[in-house]
Write a protein that binds this ligand. Sequence first.
Ligand code: ATP
Length: 313
Amino acid sequence: MIEAQGLTKRYGKTLAVDNLTFSVTPGKVTGFLGPNGAGKSTSMRMMLGLDNPTAGQVRIGGKRYHDLDHPLRTVGALLDARWVHPNRSAKAHLAWMAKSNKISPRRVDEVLDIVGLSSVANKRAGGFSLGMSQRLGIAAALLGDPEVLLFDEPVNGLDPEGILWIRKFMHRLASEGRTVFVSSHLLSEMALTATELVVIGKGKLISQTTTDDFVARASENSVKVRSPQLAVLRGALEGASATITDSDDGILVSGLDSDKIGEIAMEQGAVLHELSPQRGSLEQAFMQITGDSVEYHADLETEAQQALAPTAN
Ligand SMILES: Nc1ncnc2c1ncn2[C@@H]1O[C@H](COP(=O)(O)OP(=O)(O)OP(=O)(O)O)[C@@H](O)[C@H]1O
């Protein structure tokens, strides 16, 4: 469990994090979303005691980071995967971390196995691909077998196979009952990975909700209808105050849900070939909800498009 209470960070004139209050519960993957500069990394650093809040606090498992007896056994984090001595082997890197945190050396082999790096355990970490470095970073985060895991942009730069691996791994960690908190710009990926969202903009909390609710709340609720008796149906739906727009081979109805539309069709004796509620994407929802807090719309739109495009490497 992570609890942020009035969390605030000011750097000179910049209010990077502005009175954030939210909680992250165990057994789920919670996404931490926000446009560039929204304050995600700063918030995560404060959760890990790497930066002090100007006001407010974060509790992990009920305690502040500095009050944890064994921090690595309570919270593990992947902030920067490249943070490893290039000439050290993966195993030596983890052994050094384990030793300095009084963790059994046996755990090193366990975590290497969990992340699938056993076969390259004695290779120089400096020669690892980004995907392997991410796995090594995750192995380090898991060393203390912590209940809470924080990942800052874990899939940045990964190829589709690496992204899929991370997604499945996050789900696995959550299914083990851990608290998994992950920041990402890759909205389409977040929609697949996270069931809960904490969304911030300009340091402020915009929304804490389930991913499904977030998308449903932001996307206009419309229902696609196809019918051979469209003219009759259209008149009846308009009579029931629905708003109708034409779509390629049917109509899009808003203002009525699919149950009601189905009942009206029945009353009119109209055959339905399609009655499908339309669901927006997380990208659309994000744009709509964070709209006011995004300073550079063009950048964000480009990012959202890049996020949807196939990864090159
Ligand atoms: N050490 C620092 N000194 C001064 N300003 C900082 C510092 N760290 C962050 N900031 C500012 O605080 C704000 C929030 O930055 P932060 O990196 O937390 O955002 P973010 O949501 O992680 O963004 P991104 O996704 O682009 O990394 C930005 O305006 C940033 O310029």
